[in-house]
Every structure is written in structure tokens, then in C-alpha cells.
Design a protein around this ligand. Sequence first.
Ligand code: ADP
Ligand code: MG
Length: 695
Amino acid sequence: MSAVLDSLVETPVTALKNVGPAMAEKLAKLGIHNVQDLAFHLPLRYQDRTRITPIGGLRANLDVVVEGDIKAADVVFGKRRSLVVRIQDGTGTLTLRFFHFSAAQKNKLKKGERIRCFGEARPGKSGLELYHPEYQFMDELNDTPTEQTLTPIYPSTEGLAQIRWRQLMSQVVALIKQGVGVEDLLPAELLTSKNMPSLAQALLYLHQPPVGSDLDQMELYAHPAQHRLIIEELLAHNLSMQKMREEMQRHAAPAIPASQDYLAKLLKQLPFTPTNAQQRVNQEIVADFAKGFPMLRLVQGDVGSGKTLVAAMAALHVLEQGYQVAIMAPTEILAEQHLKNFQGWMEPLGISMAWLAGKVKGKAREATLNAIKQGDAQLIVGTHALFQNDVEFKNLCLAIIDEQHRFGVHQRLALREKGKSINPHQLIMTATPIPRTLAMSAYADLDTSIIDELPPGRSPVNTVVIDQDRRDQIVERIRAACIEGRQAYWVCTLIEESEEMEAQAAEVTAQSLQDALPELKIGMVHGRLKAQEKADIMAAFKAGDLHLLVATTVIEVGVDVPNASLMVIENPERLGLAQLHQLRGRVGRGTAQSHCVLLYQTPLSQQGKQRLHAMRDTSDGFKIAEIDLQIRGPGEVLGTRQTGLMQMRIADLQRDGYLLDDIQQLSQQLMQQHPHWVDALIQRWLGENVRYGQV
Ligand code: ADP
Ligand code: MG
């Protein structure tokens, strides 16, 4: 080794033995540049190769090391040609089976040789067998003892074998043992009070757990060394969010007083009064506006809780001061629906509006862009087309983002840039209730409001779980409901992410339903239709001109047709619970009792059944989100890529979520008492992935 400096972070990986430019490049692709990065590349799991298990004492499905004498080695021609080697150690006989083997390999594995093998014992033809074990010949081992530590298995990439990782890590371990610095960035009081190991101790332990380590405890991530690093990682993530928030709020934003005029006028024309929850959230927003720095607020409200009105109220405060407001929705259908709602509410107040989506092109687009730039358009509704470079606002002061989980953090930030000299306030609305643990980590940079009350007069949707075999009955039910003047949705789901296949499935379904129900007017929407076609069909359905709407999951978000009171979801087992909850939220918006039929395909797994029953048994979006989180994990629930919620190295939000309250406090403490540690911690754990870093 050369050029080892006195800290790991200052030592480049090329200072290690056997790390040339090619290897350094491979590591760099994994974000590993210096030896500290390497030290924080933590094992995924461990194997116990420290003990030799007697063949007579093997148990199924465990990784084991065995030693024995080869008694026979034969090529067997069964269904597949295989090399079968029998070994004995005095306590029993064991079969090793190789489906791929070379002639040289076969010749070497001959009777009389003694070998040490490592593999997983699995039930096979002749009792327990090892398939493709790793093996070494005893005479080549020269009495090398078994491993002295548990064997770590590292997350890797193509062309980087585990053995290479182990070689690298043994050098890292040696450096740490020599005392090359790896700075402890947790307060000493905390380490003592919680009896946590130092960082160096924890890293040494995790890279080379000594013989006798409790593998079960390690698998539960309950070892103090793991605990210490979990805390550090959660802390680093939290700090990066807090920094982002500080960054945003360091800039001034116009203080906006509460509306004196517009709001009263809007409320007067509404056929209903805002719920207490809507009023409370409005007050929270008003309080933010008064502060003089950018609001960053996430409003969570279950489907149908009336988030649109809350958004409108927020917009009015800002519009009244002469600033522009932008509202973005993730789909065109939803954006158009907002446009209609807002037109109904805002135009009577004399507020001028504009509409911008990808489909707006040519002259129309130019005119719209000009209106936005000149300030002739005060309230702008659209899709992510609003993010595009050529969209210039005159004085954007509030950005409202509906259904946040579909937008990336980066898009949200791009919008901020649109404010140019002004830092716009941001209001983010999500109908997918976010389990608290997730909200605390993925949205730690946002203040949260919850609309925890539905408008009066709603009765929960009655949900039933029914087997596809009874499809005909369901079709009859639709006929009966539609003849009575109600409307229904039929939702097709597909596993493939292809819009085209989804569209085809919807077409086939629509046709077969039309054949079965000739007296009904049936419409269809899917992602492949032109925006105008979609809008026309939605409008026809809303106007009651269609009885039944066959749709793909494009109708998931926000579509509001109160007269629709029956929904059939085909193959609901393919969707996440949160998505099902969203879909189901399309019914139950009017006064009639609504029904949702989950028409599943048999056979359904036990877990699948559990999930659908959970849907049947609760209509509380937060509960559903918790269940979804337990079953599918945070990445799936939030959409990892979209939210910027990163894969963590050792922490797991589900398992470790209970720590987040403490982490929040620790994070505050650190920023006050050890501000110089903050960047180092973030760098250490998030590295070049520092969230928001590249925006
Ligand atoms: P979501 O929170 O799912 O976006 P919406 O804003 O679309 O919900 O509102 C759902 C329906 O409830 C709409 O038809 C809306 O007009 C209506 N609504 C909203 N607030 C109230 C209220 N306070 N009282 C009665 N109806 C309301
Ligand atoms: Mg909505």
C-alpha cells in the first residue's frame, strides 16, 4: 500500500493493494472513491464458514461447511446430465451434485481425495445434497483452518466477485485496526448513554464478525454495531432533508396576508361550507404565508376529503395580492378537471386563467406562454408541461402540486426556479396517505397538514371480494344499476407497464361488455387515446350520457363523477393497496350507497387474499397505507425513483421507523451543537447521491 493518509476519507481506493485504474473505475460506478466509501459499503448478509458441520448433523436449507473423503464420483445421465460426488466423514454420507462441470473438474474430484465444501444443504434424491458447492482440496489447503470470522456477502455489480470484495475489505479492516481515522460523528454522550460501540468498532464488527457472533441477531439487525450505523444513516438522511429545507427557506418569499375579498366571494357561491378540517388547513396555510419565507407544506387528505377546495382557498390569498399561481396535476384528465373546477370558482371573481399541457401546441401554445409571461394569465393550470424551459412566469408566487407522489422532488424544485426573483410558496397535495414513518423520512423537508374529515353525507363504499367465476353475475348487477339511472366504472388492470397492451385489454373488455349489455351506452378511456378524445368521453360520462365507463388505471387519480356509484375492478390482486384505494375513491362521491367489486382471478395467494380483505374491511386511507407499507415496503409505496427516496444501506424504514422521533431530535441537536459534522455525515452516507444535490 502506498499513500495512505491519516484518515480513510482522504485515502483514495487506489492506495489499496490490487486496485488499479480499472478496479477504481468499477468502484467509482458504485459511488466508491475513497477508503471511507469502501468502509461504508456494508454487507448484505453473512455466511458462517467458521465451523465444520458433521455430515450426520446437517439440516436442510442452511449454509454449511463440511469436510469428507470422496468415495465415488460419477457422471449420471438422468433428466439432466450431472456429476454426482459422494463424500463421507465418519458421521454420514453426502451427495454433491454439479450440473455444469468441466472434464478437468471431473478428473480432479476422484475417489480418495479429501475436500472441504461450502454450500446450502437442500433436500434431494439421496437425502440432503449440496448443489454446486464451493470446494477446496485438503492437500491444497495445507491445514488452513476454517474462516476466523463470519463471511460477509457484499452488494456487488457485474465483474466484481465476492472474493474481491473480501480482499478489499480486509485491507480496510487492517487500516482501521492500525488507527487510520474514521471520524465519529455522533455525540459522545449519546454513545455512552446508549451503550453504543464507536464507529471504528462497529465497522470492524460488521465487516468481520468474529467466530461465535450471533447470526440470528445480525439477521434481525439487532446487534449494537448495526444499531449504531442504522441510527447514523437515518440521521444522515434526515439532515440532508433539513438542509434542503433550510436552503429553501433562507430565501425570502413575499408575505401574503389572508384574503379579505376573494375568499368570502368564493365561499358565498359554493353550494356547501368548508369542513372544519378544510378550514383548519386553510388557517395553517395562512399562517405560513405570513412568515415571509417560502411555505413548504404537504397536505394529506384521503380521497374525497376536498383537497381541491383547500387549494383554491390557498390560491385566492395569493391572487388577491396580484401574484400568479400555478396548479399542476400528474395527468391530463386530472388537470382538465381542475381547470373546470377552478373556472367555475375563479372566473366569477374576474381571475384570468390559462391552460398548459403537452398537447397545447403551435400558435395556441405561443399565446398561452405569452399570457403567462406578461401576467395576463393569473392562475395557470396544467401538467408537467409547466416545468418546461420555455415557460416563463411574470410573478409566480404559489405552486400547487396535486398528487405529489407522482412528481419527483426534482420536478418540484424545477418549479421553484420558475419563480426567478421570487421564491414561490409550495403546496403539495397527496391523496395517497403516507404512513407517518415514510412521511417523516421522505418528506422531512415539508410541514404537514392532514384533512382528517370527509364532507358530510358520505357513506363508506361497500366493498366485496368476488371470484372471476362470478363475472356474469356482476355484469347483471351493472345492468340493473344502470337501468335504475346509476353509473358504473369497469377498471381493467394489467401487469405489464405497457400502455399499449393495457389499451388493448380495455378494448377487448369494453367490446365483450357491450355484447353482454347491448342496451347500455358504454365508453372507454385509456392512456392511448388523444387528450381530446379522453376529455370528450370523460365529459360524456360526467354529463350522464354514458352508463358505463371501461377504463384502465388512468382514472385512478382525482376523477370526480358523483353519480357513479358502482365500480368493478378486474384483477385487483395486481395493484397495490394504495392504488386500489385511489380507484375506489372514484365512487362514494354522491349520496347513493356505493359499491366496489374486487373481481379477482383464482388462484389467489394467501397474502393476496389478506390484502383484498384488508381493502374490504377498511376505508381509512391511512390504515391502508400502513398495511401496504408492511406488505410491499417503502420503495413500492412511494415509488422510490419518483420521490428520490433512496435505497438505504443498512436502515430500513419499516423495521427502524420507530427510531425516527429520536432521529428528528438528534438531527436538531446536531445542527445546533455540531454543525460542522452535518456535511460530513451526509457525504458519508449519501455520497454523490445527496438528494437534490444535482438540481
Ligand atoms: P379530493 O380530496 O379527493 O381531491 P375533491 O376536492 O375532488 O376531493 O372533492 C371531492 C368532492 O367533494 C367534490 O365533488 C367537491 O366539490 C366536494 N366537496 C369538497 N368540499 C366539500 C364540503 N366541504 N362539503 C361538501 N362537499 C364538498
Ligand atoms: Mg383531488
